[in-house]
Design a protein around this ligand. Sequence first.
Ligand code: GDP
Ligand code: GDP
Length: 437
Amino acid sequence: MLPVVALVGRPNVGKSTLFNVLTRSRDALVADMPGVTRDRHYGACHLGERPFLVVDTGGLSGVEETMDVLTARQVRLAIDEAQVLVFVVDARDGLLPQDHAILAELRRSGKPIIAAINKTDGLDEQAALAEFAAFGMASTLPISAAHGRGTDELLRAVLPLLPPDEDVAGEVATEDGSIRVAIVGRPNAGKSTLINRLLGEERLIVSDVAGTTRDPIRVALERDGKRYTLIDTAGIRRKARVEEAVEKFSVIKTLQSIAAAQVVVMMIDARENLADQDLTLIGYAIDEGRALVIALNKWDGLDAYQREECLRALDRRLVFVDWARRVHISALHGSGLRELMRAVVRAHASATKELASSDLTRTLEKAYESYQPPLVNGHAPKLRFAHPGGTNPPTIVIHGTRTKHIAPAYQRYLENFFRKRYKLEGTPIRIAFREGE
Ligand code: GDP
Ligand code: GDP
């Protein structure tokens, strides 16, 4: 599973500044579920070839009485789910009693901790480090998140603490040839209802082991002669109450499932308005290059007007994934499931389709002939040939000149052209330009 690094510390020590540097993202995932504090951020970080998740925990005050209980619980969940803890302190404030209290809590987790002494810009680094020597920690690094200083060293210190690299990449095929599917969505979208439907009620053998196992559960499923591996977040576990569903919802597990899957089924409750969180999850799946199917659940019992409203809203807000198939289902009654699984198989087939260099080049020539990229300083960028650069997502490498000047709009044009030519449905496409003759 994708490893997790949690940033923990008092408010205002610079955690979110550090988070932004590490993930280089302006629009991080923000949890906006009930029961999940708003100020937790999640982002992907790539250290060389090694991907991991960074969580900005929002902050512990270190003072139990004044601590927002819910916030503290969420921070503890993040600590629980992380493999490495980065303890952020503020060099300008110096060492405060709350820092000691937080550190004591982190130490109880037994996980590796790195202390990042932040805001050392304009300070004497050695003096700052000396003050925090009282932590008695082997790994104490001076950084300045705001100036991006010391953050590479921090990443280099994190790397050896991550668990050994396993198969986390989606492009690696499952040994038994099954399709790895993650079923994700907000609490109460109907994930566990769907999974139980697919497995059949009698297969509900998985005990409630949320407290004992941290890895998402994988369950084999065979249906209409096709084999799947369902990667579950928490949906396979039996849940008694709605509060429990919210309680157990884990953004981290959701993101880990997406990373481990080949196809993501995004479940949306057709009775609810599409939430920003839905869009953010879809965006994350696309960024990770995953194939995608959108399941509109609870389609039962909606009248014609409601259905039309729902579809109109989706048309408006999901234009950026118009290539993903939308399937109407009722997990409760079991309708639409055959179509859903067919869409999964099709998305997987598109995502793993082998494309031939000669044909890619011919298609590129056709695309280029019918519409050329705008001139740059009087010269047209030239696109010479193409070859495949990988699958899941299908990646097309295009060689040419002045490719740096090719606008995003032209790149989208090419994507669409290739998508049509190869009937790639349900998968994002990557285009990579290479400069040279
Ligand atoms: P968080 O509450 O721990 O997430 O802290 P923020 O990232 O929001 O930062 C709190 C304040 O400290 C902001 O005003 C930041 O601009 C400032 N800050 C963060 N990192 C640095 C740094 O490296 N140097 C200085 N001088 N200020 C910083
Ligand atoms: P999860 O949190 O995403 O796993 O959601 P659950 O599977 O626990 O479902 C949440 C609630 O929605 C439960 O009360 C389900 O019975 C209900 N539900 C799930 N699927 C459907 C459906 O297709 N139609 C209707 N009417 N209710 C559903």
